[in-house]
Design a protein. Structure first.
Length: 85
């Protein structure tokens, strides 16, 4: 399981997820723009970290994605349920 999630696969999936969610939220204006731009940068770093020679970016990707998830959770927990629909 660790081999399937590691070795670049987790970074590609996590990077694509973060990038696409941020891009979609930026288009519809559902989240703060700064959070969306951060998410797009985080997603790109995750994808780029799979390139041989740039594997050191995995640590930056992991920490920045945690920051993005925490910030996203705070924003979503502060919204009223009617606004989330």
């Amino acid at each position: 399981m660790a081999s399937g999630l590691g070795n670049g696969n987790g970074e590609i999936l996590g990077g694509l997820f973060t990038l696409l969610v941020s891009w979609a939220a930026l288009r519809i204006g559902g989240l703060p723009k700064v959070l969306n731009y951060l998410g797009m940068v985080v997603g790109l770093v995750g994808i780029v970290s799979t390139i041989p020679g740039l594997n050191d970016l995995v640590g930056i990707f992991a920490i920045s994605q945690i920051v993005w998830f925490v910030w996203l959770g705070i924003i979503l927990s502060r919204q009223s349920p009617s606004k989330a629909v």
